[in-house]
Design a protein around this ligand. Structure first.
Ligand code: GLC
Length: 653
């Protein structure tokens, strides 16, 4: 056994950076590798040879080792899993390079840029501040009112203000309680801390997507450590060996969630250690692939840098490598004809079968956003020129495709209604061979005269006309939608308030699948019955994305109105995960209570409405290079010249 370990160690020592991504276990002894003893040896050796590493990971389940070049004499990346896929911590921080700490982070950006944002967006008002000024006036009136009793409205306003700050305080307390610690440091927030629920399932885990609003709330509050730790720890998990029935998904995949576990220390019955146990979908219900995790991770990384002023995290070699791994996975060539990212069902916030396989809007909006954020953060270096070129090309093609083919409004609908089909030609109008009969009666009645939206999915001969909120909102935030389209989406939200907000913001998608459609598409999923959960349920967490989108378009009053609706019930109902029924009147059938992203989503919405300038950490603006390239693409389409690809335009990704 020892000999095997030695061989492996020699291989590892000699391998260096070029070895990353390979599976030493398989190389040595095939699939029946003696994990446990190997791991022990490795641990001893690693402990000896890598003293400078503060958070150690020990090996196995097919041993995957990553090591990157040193900065300041410190190895920047070392990750290996054990048989159970766990990251072991020796109770020190994962953060092993010099860089700014939270204390030394430059918090002034926030203030300066908030001013900046307000000055460039002249008419963005601090909506809640204005409200607060009004209320202050009311307060004054309350105390100096010539002896007259204050009006009913005055008292009511004062009470509402008190109520809202009480709710905010409660939300902060609950958010704090949801924090997960790894070796004494905060590393994330668990999905829900519901004392009333007997089956926890995986809600006691830190979900990557669920942590985003928590992370943003902490950033806006000036608590940077937890976000920095989260970014660095999840980065370590990215390299894990992950298999499902002998198959491994791509290298750059980020887990859907992770759990901090306390396990007995190897070889010592009296001691325990903490481990990070990731789930890449291999344990998740339905074995869904968390495509959105890596995209959100990149978005959060940029927000962290912008908000804290600490750019040292995104500049780290291991972080740069992490970004590139995600990009390579997303930009890799496949069979697909479209520039949109092709994914399986349930690969995003909707992580169950809901007929969103193919090119769902949510993934495309996050993809576009992550590409833009990554472009801002990638250090220019020789090795990344091809990647950057591929990224730029994809950005152009993606925005053209979505803006052109996903957009729908009255005019477009009428065009589709009159489409000819079976057009075999290079310049077909109805490129995807959409049969007009697909326009269902609900849509004909639902589409407002003013407003429009991006459809949920586009595939050959298939347009999924459902309105998916997150995809539309994030298309505004990321600038995937044009300015006119972005305003039109908000117009539609206003016009369809009773369907999308009603008694609780915000409906995850509209309308719900019903009857036979529900049976076939969801597979008779009892959790996704009509107007429940992912199938037309209302999710308070979506408040924060709505708020960022509204602020970007200088229409914060829309979000403020939605927050007001939510505020009436959220705390009283114990912060549910989602609401059911067409108007969102009931707490969801199987909804968790004290759901962290409902709490954090509310807080982020409040914080941003109070300081709209801060939304800049999440927003990406139109870039002139892209506009030019896009207008060329539009003017040459649909009769694009065909012919062999010029050789200089082939990229290795
Ligand atoms: C549900 C949601 C998913 C979320 C998870 C944890 O599975 O669909 O989006 O991440 O719960 O809250």
């Amino acid at each position: 056994m020892m000999a095997t370990a030695e061989v492996a160690l020699q291989l590892y020592d000699a391998a260096g950076p070029q070895f990353w991504g390979s599976n030493i276990g398989y190389r040595i002894s095939g699939s029946s590798f003696p994990c446990r003893s190997f791991e022990r040896c490795r641990k001893k050796r690693v402990l000896k040879s890598m003293k400078s590493l503060k958070c150690l990971s020990s090996s196995c389940r097919g041993i995957r080792i990553h090591q990157f070049p040193c900065i300041n004499g410190v190895s920047h990346r070392y990750a290996a899993t054990d048989k159970f896929g766990l990251s072991h911590c020796k109770c020190q921080s994962a953060d092993n390079v010099g860089g700014l700490t939270a204390e030394s982070g430059n918090g002034t950006w926030f203030v300066d840029n908030a001013k900046d944002f307000n000055s460039t967006n002249g008419n963005v008002r601090n909506f809640l501040e204005l409200g607060a000024v009004k209320e202050l006036k009311h307060d004054k009136e309350l105390h100096h009112s010539n002896g007259n009793p204050p009006s009913y409205k005055t008292i009511q306003d004062g009470m509402n203000k008190g109520k809202s700050s009480f709710i905010e305080n409660e939300a902060w307390e609950l958010l704090q309680e949801s924090v997960a610690y790894y070796c004494g440091s905060p590393v994330g927030t668990i999905a829900a801390k519901d004392p009333t629920s007997s089956s926890v399932l995986n809600y006691d885990q830190v979900f990557i997507r669920d942590f985003i609003p928590s992370g943003i709330a902490f950033l806006l509050k000036g608590e940077y450590d937890i976000v920095r730790n989260f970014i660095l720890h999840t980065l370590q998990l990215q390299s894990w060996e992950k298999t499902m029935d002998c198959h491994s998904p791509g290298q750059g995949l980020m887990p859907a969630s992770f759990k901090v576990r306390t396990v007995p220390l190897d070889g010592d019955d009296t001691a325990t250690e903490e481990v990070l146990d990731p789930d890449f979908g291999e344990a998740a219900i339905g074995r869904v692939a968390p495509v959105d995790s890596g995209l959100w991770w990149i978005i959060l990384l940029r927000a962290y840098g912008k908000c804290s002023g600490d750019l040292s995290v995104q500049e780290r070699i291991d972080v740069q490598t992490g970004i590139k791994m995600i990009l390579r996975l997303c930009l890799a060539d496949g069979f697909d004809m479209f520039p949109t990212l092709l994914v399986t069902d349930g690969s995003c916030m909707i992580d169950r079968r809901m007929g969103i396989h193919g090119h769902p809007l949510e993934i495309q909006a996050l993809f576009y956003s992550a590409l833009l954020c990554a472009r801002e953060m990638l250090a220019p270096e020789d090795g990344s020129a091809d990647l950057l070129r591929a990224l730029n090309n994809r950005l152009i093609a993606l925005s053209f495709h979505i803006r052109e083919y996903y957009w729908t409004d009255m005019k477009k609908l009428n065009e589709i209604y009159r489409y000819k089909t079976e057009e075999y030609s290079y310049d077909a109008v109805n490129k995807f061979n959409i049969y007009p009969d697909q326009i269902s009666p609900w849509l004909v009645g639902w589409m407002p005269n003013k407003g429009g939206y991006l459809i949920g999915n586009l595939q050959p001969a298939h347009m999924d006309f459902r309105f998916f909120s997150l995809g539309n909102l994030w298309s505004i935030v990321s600038n995937l939608a044009t300015t006119d389209q972005s305003h039109a989406i908000l117009d539609l939200i206003e016009a369809k308030w009773a369907d999308l907000v009603a008694d609780m913001p915000f409906k995850i998608c509209y309308p719900a699948l019903d009857g036979q459609e529900w049976q076939i598409i969801t597979g008779c999923d009892p959790k996704n019955t009509p107007w429940s959960y992912h199938n037309g349920g209302s999710w308070p967490t979506l408040l924060w994305q709505l708020t960022v989108a509204c602020i970007k378009m200088n229409r914060p009053e829309i979000a403020a109105k939605a927050v007001e609706v939510a505020e009436k019930r959220l705390s009283r109902d114990k912060w549910p995960e989602y609401y059911d029924t067409k108007r969102g009147r009931f707490i969801g059938k199987q909804s968790r209570l004290f759901q962290t992203w409902s709490i954090a989503g509310y807080l982020v919405a409040k914080l941003l409405l109070a300081n709209p300038g801060a939304a800049k950490i999440l927003i990406t603006e139109e870039d002139s290079e892209l506009i030019n390239a896009l207008s060329c693409a539009i003017s040459s389409s649909p009769r694009r010249k065909r012919g062999p690809k010029p050789s200089q335009k082939t990229y290795i990704v």
